[in-house]
Design a protein around this ligand. Sequence first.
Ligand code: HEM
Length: 248
Amino acid sequence: GEVHEAEDIDFSFEGPFGLFDRAQLQRGFQVYKEVCSVCHAMNLVHYRNLGDPGGPEFPEAQVKAIAGTVQVEDGPDDQGEMFMRPGEPADAFVAPFPNDAAARAANGGALPPDLSLITKSREGWTGTFRHLVDGIGGPEYVHAVLTGYEEPPADVEEGPPGKFYNPYFSAGPWISMPPPLNDGAVEYADGTEATVDQMSRDVSAFLAWAAEPKMEQRKQLGFKVIIYLLILSILLYLTKKKLWSRIE
Ligand code: HEM
């Protein structure tokens, strides 16, 4: 089957001045935590990052509360034993499975990839490309996969058992991930209606932040550098004019 191109989306964080939408990042984290984290790890993100500037910016007390809801393995203690304790802001996001073999065993042999860098990694683990169109990036791809489940076309023969028809999956059209979202799958505190499209946009934005947590700082620095160079150019031009004024 054919793999379809992702639909372009106007995310707030696109372009040289685009910034993340705080409320959207907070909603996206909620979708990750309540839905995706059942299968997908995010090993590179720590709970404290949820409070960092340029991210979801949850207040400190909420970051602590969020971390405290998980159990983390720690140790060895004085007796050489491992033990479980409540999570702390310094901990990395807990993974749903202890290793890839366990993750595959729970998913019909397929591996749910770690989502920390999913919006940045061009190459799928199958060797196919995730960014299907020039200028349309990873968050669009994630949104397309989440909203892209369809009835297989009539001329398509029956798919492999345990797989779902999704022509947006880079290695598609058959994917081992069951459709993870349905309308109302989460209840947003800010009153936003939790449609499949909305939740997909929100979690895609959250994953874009996770893959580039310093994006806002990068853009702000770039802006300052341009202003600086602009002023420097004007000063150099005026200096040149003055120095050469008697020779012309
Ligand atoms: C694959 C995202 C929920 C199991 C994928 C892919 C993405 C993704 C983007 C494609 C990766 C690629 O291109 O290589 C998400 C998000 C979720 C979510 C954002 C939450 C909204 C789940 C859940 C499960 C799951 C709940 C388990 C029940 C899988 C598996 C694959 C996969 C097994 C590999 C599919 C294959 O190779 O055929 N996921 N996922 N995902 N996901 Fe999810």
